[in-house]
Design a protein. Structure first.
Length: 288
């Protein structure tokens, strides 16, 4: 059976937001990471939309969503998601976030607990943990965290060289060199070559000081909904650098953990069958 995927956009929370939508059933919202767009979820949309109503937006600053000069702190980006749910008349959803999208999803779970039934976080170390544990080893591995916070210079250096930059990241952040097809790489290169795309993504990182402030303010408040944390077991910046079970069990009251073998930073694209099975199991435990 072929599932129709609809592309939609409208004005929400002061920006024009784009999202993909497919399927019927309980609502599941997929929030992509960096350096990706909603395209990252193509394998999950195809698999899950037979049983679920899937919504996959481009986050503020990414893909086909507007790229304003401000509003990249995770509280504002979580409010973007809330505005989308209100627009679609969705009261309560399961939220799946990867990387930057996991930061948005985590903030959403803290700020709007009544609107989320389940939380899935993929290959993400919370911002607060990254900075509180920062040392020379982490600083070297997370060079992009710091580089992309510099005003203007990253755009000046990378504009026109998006292909070189993204291929470097994908080569370093995947377990297999052929994890992404050439068509997938070109899709991302086109997305990040659009006017304002680099600045939008880098502004996401430039919000780190405010994100840290927000995270520290309610660090004592656990996430109350069930959490599934999964990550690439072989990624040198996450699974091999941090004690991920301890990190995520400190974040909530009900936490499952799943390291994925032969996988680095892009689980949903590197190991889609394992991710799809994990999502299907976790989401089916509660037909919210």
């Amino acid at each position: 059976m072929t599932i129709a995927v609809h592309r939609n956009s409208t004005q929400l929370n002061g920006i024009r937001m784009h999202w993909l939508e497919a399927g019927e059933g309980p609502a599941v919202v997929l929030l992509h990471g960096y350096p990706q767009t909603s395209y990252a979820w193509r394998h999950q949309i195809a698999h899950l939309s037979g049983s679920y109503h899937i919504i996959a937006p481009d986050l503020r600053g990414y893909g086909d969503t507007e790229k304003p000069a401000s509003g990249y702190d995770k509280r504002t980006m979580a409010t973007d998601v809330l505005a989308l749910l209100d627009h679609l008349k969705l009261d309560r959803v399961a939220l799946v976030g990867h990387d930057r999208g996991a930061r948005v999803a985590t903030r959403f779970a803290k700020d709007f607990p009544d609107r989320i039934s389940r939380l899935v976080v993929m290959d993400n170390v919370p911002t607060r943990i990254v900075f509180e544990q920062m040392n020379a080893r982490i600083a070297k591995g997370y060079w992009f965290f710091n580089f992309q916070q510099i005003p203007d210079l990253p755009e000046a250096l990378i504009t026109g060289r998006e292909d070189i930059f993204l291929r470097h990241l994908f080569a370093d952040w995947t377990y297999r060199p052929d994890a992404l097809s050439e068509a997938a790489i070109q899709t991302y290169v086109r997305a990040y070559s659009r006017p304002g795309a680099l600045r939008g993504a880098f502004n996401d990182y430039r919000a780190a000081p405010l994100d840290l402030e927000q995270d520290q303010a309610d660090a004592h408040v656990p996430i109350s909904c069930p959490i599934l944390a999964l990550w690439g077991a072989d990624f040198h910046l996450v699974g091999q650098m941090f004690d991920m079970p301890t990190v995520w069990r400190s974040m909530g009251t009900s936490v499952e953990v799943l390291p994925i073998p032969e996988c680095c930073h892009l689980p949903q694209e590197e190991q889609p069958a394992i991710v799809n099975a994990a999502l299907e199991r976790f989401l089916s435990e509660e037909r919210y």
